[in-house]
Design a protein around this ligand. Structure first.
Ligand code: BYC
Length: 334
């Protein structure tokens, strides 16, 4: 399965052609990896390592920013003032995650403007999950429990990513994601203990978000072109399938507390492999979403573009203010 299509060219890591390597730099880089130490922005690093990080971190940042949209959709319709304020705080956290991650990517030499341009031009990827619609209030619960739950499974190991600024950003992101997951679970728990209609709404949301949340972990290992190298560089610590299996093991127990079910009769623990197995996923659907043809791709990008254009005056005002401050400082020094 090739995930690279004309409609969504990725920022694939390509080794630089004529990279000049300072004496001993490659050996030092490899030693840091062998010691499981951190690579910092000042350290020499292979061009392909840098590009892989920019690709992954910028995709992650874009996911956080686009990920605000499906939830922001429910801020005005949250069922109480308390729910509204919690949801607003969560959506605001996602903006913060985007900012930490763009900052981490900038330490690798790619300006945020460039990353934003790539996103709004439809050239950059963001997580497949945010191309699905949020149809009911219960979706806020399912996103928190399943989507943020999957994010935690995927991102806790990234706290140990070999690139320092990325790993450190992930520590804070993961703390906040834990709160997000609990708030989602609590929404579902309340609905599950409510009227028949509320219970039905919660079950319907789980049915719709289950498979897309499993696909968040990326294609099966055999179809994951980046995993092997990313694991050798200590960026990824576990494969896509390993993390997906862990996640299934986690939610299969948690759904029992809700008294609801997962829409998958094939879930079982494989004693020989010591891992959780699940039913087949529709990887064609995943491929379609990545190619820009998911249910909400066009809408998500149009909104992001619109917000970027509407915010132009804020960026201009901030730049003018910064220039004024810099000029004033210069006069003071003189
Ligand atoms: N969606 O070789 P693979 C969040 C692409 S934010 C779209 O396995 P890799 C949250 C992949 O990019 C969630 N594209 O790649 C936010 C690659 O294409 P390119 C985001 C996907 O990088 C707000 C190709 O498929 N989390 O949770 O080794 C509110 C082949 O894949 C997806 C992160 O970004 C996908 N699901 O592994 C609530 C975590 N999966 O780039 C919650 C950090 C794969 O070669 N990222 N692709 O053109 C990662 O851990 C890894 O990048 C992935 C993919 C596991 C996602």
């Amino acid at each position: 399965m090739s995930l690279h299509t004309d409609a969504s060219p990725g920022l694939q890591a390509v080794p630089a052609e004529a990279e000049s390597v300072p004496d001993g730099a490659q050996a030092h880089f490899e030693q840091l990896l062998a010691e499981d130490s951190r690579i910092e922005p000042r350290d020499w690093m292979p061009e392909a390592y840098r590009k892989t990080l920019v690709r992954q971190i910028s995709q992650h940042a874009h996911s956080e920013i686009i990920g605000m949209q499906p939830e922001a959709n429910w801020i005005t319709r949250a069922p109480s003032l308390k729910r509204k304020s919690i949801l607003m705080a969560k959506v605001q956290d996602e903006a913060g995650h985007g900012l930490y991650l763009y900052s981490a990517a900038e330490t690798l030499g790619t300006p945020r403007e460039k990353m934003t341009e790539d996103l709004i031009a439809g050239k950059a990827r963001y997580s497949s999950i945010f191309n699905y619609p949020t149809l009911s209030w219960a979706d806020m619960g399912a996103i928190g429990w399943l989507v943020d739950g999957a994010a935690i499974c995927n991102q806790v190991p990234l706290c140990r990513a070999s690139y320092g600024p990325y790993g450190r950003a992930m520590v804070r992101v993961c703390k906040e994601e834990s709160f997000h997951q609990r708030q989602g679970f609590e929404i579902l728990l309340e609905l599950a203990n409510g009227t028949g209609a509320q219970r039905g709404m919660a079950q319907d949301a789980i049915n719709r978000w289950y498979a897309p949340s499993l696909m968040m972990f990326g294609p099966p290992d055999d179809d994951s072109p980046n995993s092997k190298q990313s694991m050798a560089w200590n960026i990824k610590r576990f494969s896509n399938d390993e993390l997906r299996s862990r996640f299934v093991g986690m939610i299969v127990e948690q759904v029992k507390v809700l008294g609801l079910t997962l829409p998958d009769d094939s879930i079982r623990f494989n004693e020989d492999k010591q891992q959780w197995e699940h039913g087949p996923l529709d990887w064609n659907e995943f491929k379609e979403v990545l190619a820009g043809r998911g249910p909400c791709n066009a809408q998500r990008l149009a909104r992001r573009r619109e917000a970027h254009e509407d915010g132009a005056w804020v960026r201009e005002a901030a730049a003018a203010y910064a220039a004024k401050q810099a000029a004033a400082q210069k006069t003071e020094v003189a």
